[in-house]
Ligand binder design. Structure first.
Ligand code: PNS
Length: 167
């Protein structure tokens, strides 16, 4: 049965930093759903390069002209956050077979925790299938080129971190 309710998706992740692979998935999600909420995890165990506030600012900057893309940070269980946002879908990107095992575990755990929320996987454009935040940080730290793999603003902010001797 169809309703007039708007279809909201959350796209959760660490986004440390945002890559063009993430951007590709967010744009696909923004075409598919009425609203997509980019949900940046606050309490990552790993010590992030960018603070949650810096990451929120960066993603907002990139999507400032996309009115149905919302950006927030969250902590706690993803399904609880999705419930607060009245989201019925969790979007995750799938790059290669190597992503599948962890993604399957998360999707099934999230289904157990929140049966009303469906996980939807989307493949990024081929040119981003090997791009990850971890590799971006590694290549940048070692002086390699990352142009074209991250939004320009991310490159600028990485250079700022370098100037502060943080990378
Ligand atoms: O970009 P990442 O690091 O792959 O994102 C992982 C993320 C944020 C999606 C995952 O760690 C998460 O949802 N954390 C919130 C806590 C939670 O709900 N854990 C149970 C999920 S199975």
């Amino acid at each position: 049965m169809s309703t007039n309710r708007e279809r909201v998706a959350v796209f959760p992740g660490s986004f440390d930093p945002l890559t063009n692979g993430h951007v590709d998935i967010i744009l696909r999600g923004a075409r598919l759903f009425d609203r997509i909420v980019v949900a940046i995890l606050r309490n990552a165990e790993k010590s992030p390069l960018f603070t949650p506030e810096e990451r929120v600012d960066t993603v907002r900057d990139v999507f400032q002209d996309n009115p149905n893309v919302e950006v927030e940070s969250f902590e706690g269980l993803l399904v609880d956050y999705a419930g607060q946002k009245q989201a019925s879908v969790i979007v995750r990107g799938l790059r290669a077979v190597s992503d599948f095992e962890f993604e399957l575990q998360m999707a099934l755990m999230n289904r157990r925790l929140g049966p009303a929320i469906e996980t939807v996987f989307m493949m990024p454009a081929e040119q981003y299938t090997y791009v990850s935040s971890r590799l971006i940080k590694e290549v940048f730290a070692l002086g390699g080129p990352i142009t074209g793999l991250v939004p320009e603003v991310v490159e600028v902010r990485l250079r700022e971190k370098r100037a502060q001797n943080r990378v």
